[in-house]
Design a protein around this ligand. Sequence first.
Ligand SMILES: [Zn+2]
Length: 229
Amino acid sequence: MQHPYESWEHCPHCSKLTNCRIFATEKRKIFYDIDLELNMWIKFVECQGCQEFFLLYSKENPYGQTGYDGELECTTSTVPISRNEDELCKIGHFKISLDDNVNEFANLLYKQIMESIVYKNFIVAAAGMRTLIDTFCIAKTDKDIGITKNIDVLVSKRFITKKQSNVYKKISEIGHGAVHRYHIPKKQSLINGIRAIEDLYNILFSFPEYEKIVSKESVPPDTRKSKKA
Ligand SMILES: [Zn+2]
């Protein structure tokens, strides 16, 4: 379809069903579940009633035509575009640097989680977090025996403590509940979760790099001690 074209949509600014102009449509692959081939569409829309802009955000039903239990059928949401603030910046821009094979995937997934939080697609965000934790575990240990056991391997190899592992298992449960039980998590618990995942990245990948650099630093010996002795 040629852009721009008109379509009847519910405007989140004036809360009316109006003829809207669609200026751009972007199709993106959804990464949140490795086993599913899914797409989402983001449309840049102008309401012809109030002249405000918004994003129309829709995704494929992951359970196909037969449906899961009907609850996931409605997967379209609209998000008003605020011209004064960029909420994405507030949530964070984190640069993940992993092995080449998984680097692009991990960065796209991380970006998708941020966008899903901002666009209020909390189910996608929660599911994505689970996949991201799993990706970090596999990248670090080369073992893939299911996310719960993958997290346990981090503990057995002493990368994280048992107490820390419970946090990542809880985030993983939230993702599982979102996808399979349609439990919609709160925005704040997703933001807490993404912070914890950033910490996990730092523990597993950033800190060992700093450790290598810092261990090479040379500092002159403390002579005060030897004088006293
Ligand atoms: Zn409007």
